[in-house]
Design a protein around this ligand. Structure first.
Ligand code: PRP
Length: 205
């Protein structure tokens, strides 16, 4: 039995479709169901941010999760495969009518991605105050809570609708297939077999 943690939302949906493809049958989570058993697989539906935790503690052997989250959490997992979907950037956003000036003193940056943000600015020796938020990040510059934000941009619509624009991309992210380290050593052949099947499914053969 292999347990796979999938995130709620679009990445999880595409992930489940990939497994449907490699198993050659359709299956779905029942309404409000968080566990789905299909043959030798058990799928878990978890919050996006919790996928690395489930896999790290081996509550799941495998998981599908964005590279942005892997970089943000720094949780030690085996990165098996870049799945190519769930593409987005982590970008600096500012008010549409302003220019980015990183030389200004006492810059404040609002973000839910504290570690990526801290690393980015400290590597460039730019002193900033990081203001940790849990959502609606785009609001912060509009009400004077921060000078800029660091957030995920997928279509750019959320920034646009809130009078912001992305000015600089910090990192690109796509969904990754990840494995728990012990699971990977214990079930290496099985896991590598799945990895190859997914790779073939992604490339349409
Ligand atoms: C992200 C991000 C933006 C939005 C960007 O949040 O924080 O608000 O998506 O997408 P767009 O460029 O297509 O408008 P998400 O929906 O992932 O939710 P979260 O706050 O729960 O992480």
């Amino acid at each position: 039995m292999l347990t796979v943690a999938l995130p709620k939302g679009r990445i999880g949906k595409e992930g489940l479709e990939l497994f449907q493809q490699i198993l050659g049958r359709e299956f779905h989570f029942g309404e409000r169901k968080l566990i789905l058993d299909v043959g030798e697989f058990r799928f878990l539906m978890v919050r996006n941010q919790d996928v690395p935790t489930y896999v790290y503690h081996q509550a799941a052997d495998l998981g599908i999760v964005g590279l942005d989250l892997l970089e943000e959490t720094q949780i030690d997992l085996v990165r098996l495969l870049d799945l190519g979907f769930g593409r987005c950037t982590v970008s600096i956003g500012i008010e549409r009518d302003k220019e980015l000036d990183l030389s200004r003193p006492s810059l404040k940056v609002a973000t839910k991605m504290e570690n990526i943000t801290r690393n980015y600015f400290s590597q460039r020796a730019i002193p900033v105050e990081i203001i940790k938020l849990y959502g609606s990040i785009e609001l912060a510059p509009l009400v004077g809570l921060a000078d800029m934000i660091v957030d995920i941009v997928e279509t750019g619509e959320t920034m646009r609708q809130n009078g912001l624009r992305p000015v600089l991309s910090i990192m690109e992210s796509t969904a990754y297939l990840v494995a728990n380290k012990n699971s990977f050593y214990d079930k290496k052949e099985e896991i590598l077999g799945i990895r190859s099947k997914i790779e073939r499914a992604l490339h349409g053969n």
